[in-house]
Design a binder for this molecule. Structure first.
Ligand SMILES: Nc1[nH]c(=O)nc2c1ncn2[C@H]1C[C@H](O)[C@@H](COP(=O)(O)OP(=O)(O)OP(=O)(O)O)O1
Length: 163
C-alpha cells in the first residue's frame, strides 16, 4: 500500500477475547521470531499475495495459536499505520480485528507464545511504546483509525493520532 508516495507493508492484527470468572481477558503473545522479537503483541502478520485481510487474520490466528476461527466471527476493529521515518522499510499498515476465542486453549508456536491477560492488567512495559495510545480504545470496543509516527530511535512515539 502507498500513501503520499510512501510504502507501507500490509499486515493484520487480531485481538481475541474470553471471559474468566466475570473478568474479560485478551490474548496477547510474546513474539519469538521476526519483526518485534521480544515484544508482547497481538496475533497477526503479513497479508500474503492476494489473500483478503479477514482471510489473513483467520490464517495467522490459526498458525500462531492453533485457534480456528470462522471468517464471520471476526469483527472489524479499524485500521492503524506505523511510520518509521528513520527506517521507512519498516512502515506498516494493519487491518485490526477482534473476535471471541471460544474454548480452544491457545498453543504456542515457533513465532509467538500466546497468553491471556486481564484487560485491566495489560503488560504495557513489554509492548511497543505506541500500544497505550491505541489499544485501550480497541479494548473498549471502538473501531479506530490510528496513525502512529515513531521517533528516530524507532522505539519512542513521535506522534499518535487515534480517531
Ligand atoms: N509500532 C508498532 N506497534 C505495535 O503495536 N505493533 C507493531 C508496530 N510495528 C509493527 N507492529 C506489528 C505489526 C505486525 O503484526 C508485526 C510484525 O509483522 P509480522 O508478524 O509480519 O513480522 P514477521 O517478521 O514476524 O513476519 P513473518 O516473517 O511473516 O512471520 O508487528
Amino acid at each position: 500500500m502507498t500513501v503520499d508516495g510512501v510504502a507501507y507493508r500490509c499486515v493484520v492484527l487480531c485481538f481475541l477475547f474470553r471471559s474468566r470468572g466475570g473478568a474479560r481477558e485478551v490474548l496477547l503473545g510474546l513474539k519469538r521470531t521476526g519483526f518485534g522479537t521480544g515484544r508482547v503483541v497481538a496475533l497477526g502478520g503479513k497479508i500474503d499475495g492476494r489473500e483478503s485481510a479477514v482471510g489473513a487474520a483467520v490464517r495467522e490466528v490459526a498458525e500462531e495459536s492453533g485457534i480456528e476461527l470462522a471468517r464471520d466471527e471476526l469483527r472489524d476493529a479499524g485500521r492503524i499505520s506505523w511510520s518509521f521515518p528513520a527506517q521507512p522499510a519498516w512502515n506498516m499498515a494493519a487491518f485490526l480485528f477482534t473476535a471471541d476465542a471460544g474454548v480452544t486453549p491457545p498453543v504456542a508456536s515457533e513465532e509467538i507464545e500466546p497468553r491471556w491477560y486481564a484487560v485491566d492488567d495489560i503488560p504495557w512495559s513489554g509492548m511497543w511504546q505506541d500500544a497505550p495510545y491505541w489499544i485501550p480504545a480497541l479494548l473498549d470496543g471502538r473501531q479506530i483509525d490510528a496513525r502512529i509516527v515513531m521517533d528516530p530511535d524507532n522505539e519512542g512515539v513521535a506522534s499518535a493520532v487515534v480517531d
